[in-house]
Design a protein around this ligand. Sequence first.
Ligand SMILES: [Zn+2]
Length: 212
Amino acid sequence: MAEKGFDLRTAQEPGGEKKYILTEDAKKESKFGKLVFEFPQERNEVVAEGDPEDFVVKPQAYFRGASQIPGSEFNQSYQIFVKPFFLDRIQHRHAKDEFLVFLGASFPNVFDFDARIEFTLGKGEEAETYVITKPTIIRIPAGVYHCPLNFKEINKPVLFLATLFTPMFGGIYDLPDGKTMEMYYNGPVQCKYNPQKKCDSCGKCLQEDWQN
Ligand SMILES: [Zn+2]
């Protein structure tokens, strides 16, 4: 596209003179620094006793949402599965949409895919299980029950991204007594206000604004 005196192919000078490497000081001094976040290296916490730990490559990256970039209405995981693993065993739903992405992790070709993953959408009589054998993305609309999610066969590494459009990861579960339970999980990170404390997903930091 080229208008007179305007051409998207021409590089533009950024304007301001400020250039940052993202130190804590730079974050305080800059206007937009709270919008730029370097991934911490995370190591999965074993979900159930007796489960193998080495189903996923360490370290992993996770974007934990509004606790890391204030105001984010979105969180996302980036995991590489190398062994079969029954990841999500209990049906649940969310208040917002979720997207699941399965790609080959034999980089650089994401279509180099050799795995068999089973995922269920819907509940009870309407439940449908999809068998994923190729690069796939799945939308789970808000309120739609889903899971189990079982990585049954992993012959080549799989890149798995779970994206949920809420400020923190979590789900709504139906209990046997007919009640529902909301559960949130923000990773094995420390509390933003008390470095001695592990995050207990209290949600206080979700109220922060990136401009303050
Ligand atoms: Zn879910």
